[in-house]
Design a binder for this molecule. Structure first.
Ligand code: NAG
Ligand code: NAG
Ligand code: NAG
Ligand code: NAG
Ligand code: NAG
Ligand code: NAG
Length: 609
């Protein structure tokens, strides 16, 4: 009996491969959770045949990783529990003519993550990636190594904290990341491998695509993460799927944020003395901020960032329904654990709901993030002892970001071959134990959801409150924003402005309903994410030519861009088109190659390194 059972299992498992059928490749997840502001799930891989390392998944192009040396810098601050990467071997190889350590290009600082201000630069190496499965290793993938002691995350109060772990690449719009050497060099270009394209080229997956659901590592509603290349786990996709043009460097329109009670009485308390406690509080995104209109706010979906990085006005309007206090040096909100409303809210069947706008501007998808997932914990070095917090963050660089706190409950996928990004509601912890892996085919522009019911996926993991649970809920301990605490909020879209050209007009026509404000903001946010956008821009121009009848649903893209911090050009510069400027200027090292750079704003300056 058991024997035939095992045999059947074995046959079922190996049948697809035996038949030569291609199935999606699953990435392994670490058994340990990570982060002094999580806990968060992380994937596990081995880089350069070194011991396995845990990384947050979700970067474009290169994988970011901390070096062993970086971890010895702030040894008293725990920040390397995830494992580290040792550059000794690639560095030695370079001395012997190997390519792995020869690159001199440094990615723009803010590429590590969009939601917090980053300092310092990483250096690029090429090395192998082992997905810890039966697959061959992926050679010459680019690793952006965090190794200098100035590499830090800055919080609104000015404190710099070390980087806790890197972020694993989920691919790129181009199959290769190509590094051209300076025009005076005779060296051939160096190509770095992009993981999903490499798997597809080896016949190991059906397409260059990915499907990601980070899940949750919090003890009360734990869910294993899911990352597949060449497809996705259909059990992780519920309801309507938003299919967006472009990749995760293109901002998505956030139309509103609301608080909704899904089941049972409201734990949020009454808005006024004689009214019933509200079960639905909408309009929280734009409340108290006239610059946010019904067109919404452009936000990046960034699995490498931890929080919801949003305008202070938005965080305050959400917090005004919660028993929290604002910590202006961290730019985060701490739960008042002595309030009875705290325990009710974070246990209840209530959600923070994010309404995202599709490319057509009429399609909307709402992602529910239960408060069960918003009782996160700050630990040392942020706080002396574990402290529950609500992850709305008012710091950063002026780019608004929905990070892992949001992606605990959102599915994020993409087909690089069609330049499409897919966003949908992810289920709660009651998911079928086995994945339902589905291939994404090279021409797929959307994906199919499962029929699983979202409310049922949360049963047993939240508490449907009873009337007596909430009867004493007064709102005395609700957060009240003070008028004078403007500190710590986003300091606007500085620096990046120069990199936006006048192409917003054509974008406006394409995008119909988007206001010029949102278009400018989208372009700026795109510029911050940097080089990733250029690949997409090339593609869309190409597509537009090929299919003139059908305008692609994409955001306007800047024609050139520069690092907002250093003003360094982040693309390949044909020698003849190097900027003409009277300022001291020097190009050296290598640049990533992408077509179409050329027009520079008058303010452009070369940066000498
Ligand atoms: C971390 O290291 C930097 C650079 O060595 C140092 O300036 C800083 O004080 C250290 N921080 C902590 C918390 O140890
Ligand atoms: C690098 O990629 C380019 C473009 O795909 C290709 O033409 C070239 O042969 C590649 N070089 C190497 C060394 O693989
Ligand atoms: C109002 O919203 C804008 C974005 O539209 C943001 O830049 C600004 O910081 C917000 N103001 C406050 C006080 O949060
Ligand atoms: C926290 O909640 C308790 C109980 O409601 C209340 O007495 C206290 O004032 C609150 N603390 C803060 C800082 O709001
Ligand atoms: C909130 O999170 C903390 C830390 O994980 C946990 O100990 C606590 O039980 C949670 N609170 C509730 C009410 O679920
Ligand atoms: C905010 O958090 C920091 C870091 O944990 C702490 O030093 C500071 O005292 C807190 N401030 C307030 C007002 O709670």
């Amino acid at each position: 009996m058991i024997y035939t059972g095992i045999l059947t299992l074995f046959i079922l498992h190996s049948l697809p491969r035996a038949l030569g059928e291609v199935v999606p490749q699953q990435v392994a997840w670490s058994q340990e959770s990570l982060g002094p502001d999580g806990p968060w799930n992380a994937v596990e891989v081995s880089l350069g045949s070194q011991p396995k390392i845990a990384l947050f998944p979700g970067r474009m192009w290169h994988t970011f990783v901390s070096s062993s040396d970086y971890c010895s810098i702030n040894a008293s601050v725990p920040h390397c529990a995830s494992g580290t990467y040792n550059t000794n071997r690639v560095a030695e190889d370079a001395a012997n003519g190997g390519v792995g350590g020869r690159l001199k290009w440094r990615p723009p600082t803010q590429q590590l993550l969009a939601g917090i201000k980053v300092h310092g630069e990483s250096k690029l190496y090429l090395d192998t990636v082992d997905l810890l499965s039966e697959l061959d290793t992926i050679d010459e993938h680019s690793l952006a190594v965090i190794e200098t002691e100035d590499h830090m995350l800055e919080y609104p109060g000015g404190t710099r904290y070390p980087i806790f772990t890197g972020c694993f690449s989920i691919g790129a719009p181009d199959p290769m990341q190509i590094f051209e050497t300076a025009s005076t060099s005779r060296d051939p270009p160096i190509n770095a491998t992009m993981i999903p394209w490499n798997l597809k080229s080896k016949g190991e997956t059906a397409s260059s695509s990915y499907g990601l659901h980070i899940g949750s590592a919090g003890p009360t509603a734990k869910m294993q993460g899911s990352l597949l290349f060449g497809g996705y786990d259909r059990n992780r996709v519920l309801g309507d799927v938003l299919s967006l043009g472009g990749d995760i460097s293109n901002p998505v329109g956030l139309r509103d944020i609301s608080i909704q009670v899904v089941k049972g009485p409201s734990p949020f308390g009454s808005q006024s003395p004689n009214s019933e406690p509200a079960k639905s509080m909408t309009g929280l995104l734009g409340k108290g901020n006239s610059s946010i209109d019904s067109a919404g706010l452009p936000v990046l979906l960034d699995p490498c960032s931890p929080y919801f990085t949003l305008p202070k006005s938005t965080c305050d309007s959400i917090a005004s329904h919660l028993p929290v206090s604002y910590n202006d040096s961290l730019g985060l909100y701490l739960w008042n654990v002595s309030s009875p409303r705290y325990r009710n809210i974070v246990a209840s069947a209530s959600v923070l709901a994010f309404t995202l706008i599709g490319a057509s501007n009429t399609q909307e998808v709402t992602i529910n993030v239960p408060f069960r997932h918003l009782n996160l914990t700050l630990s040392p070095p942020f706080t002396d002892s574990p402290t529950p917090y609500f992850p709305c963050f008012t710091g950063g660089t002026g780019t608004f970001v929905l990070g892992r706190a949001f992606l605990q409950d959102a599915f994020l996928g993409g087909n690089w071959e069609m330049r499409k990004t897919f966003v949908a509601q992810a289920p709660g912890p009651n998911v079928p134990a086995r994945a339902d892996p589905v291939n994404v085919e090279p021409g797929d522009s959307t994906i199919e959801a499962s029929n699983n019911d979202w409310v049922r996926s949360w049963e047993g993991f939240w508490t449907v409150l009873k009337t007596e649970d909430v009867k004493d809920s007064n709102q005395d301990d609700t957060y009240t924003p003070s008028n004078d605490d403007g500190g710590g909020d986003a300091n606007g879209v500085n620096g990046g402005d120069e990199s936006v050209d006048g192409s917003a007009t054509s974008g406006e026509q394409q995008n119909g309903g988007l206001s010029p404000g949102i278009i400018a903001a989208i372009a700026v946010a795109s510029a911050v994410v940097g080089m990733a956008i250029v690949g997409a821009a090339v593609f869309f121009r190409y597509r537009r030519k090929k299919k003139p009848a059908q305008a692609p649903a994409t955001e306007p893209l800047p024609k050139y861009y520069s690092d907002p911090d250093t003003k360094a050009v982040m693309g390949w510069v044909p020698p003849a088109e190097l900027p003409n400027t009277s300022r001291p200027y020097e190009v050296h090292g290598t640049f990533i190659r992408h077509e179409m750079l050329g027009d520079y704003p008058p303010t452009y300056q070369g940066v000498a390194r």
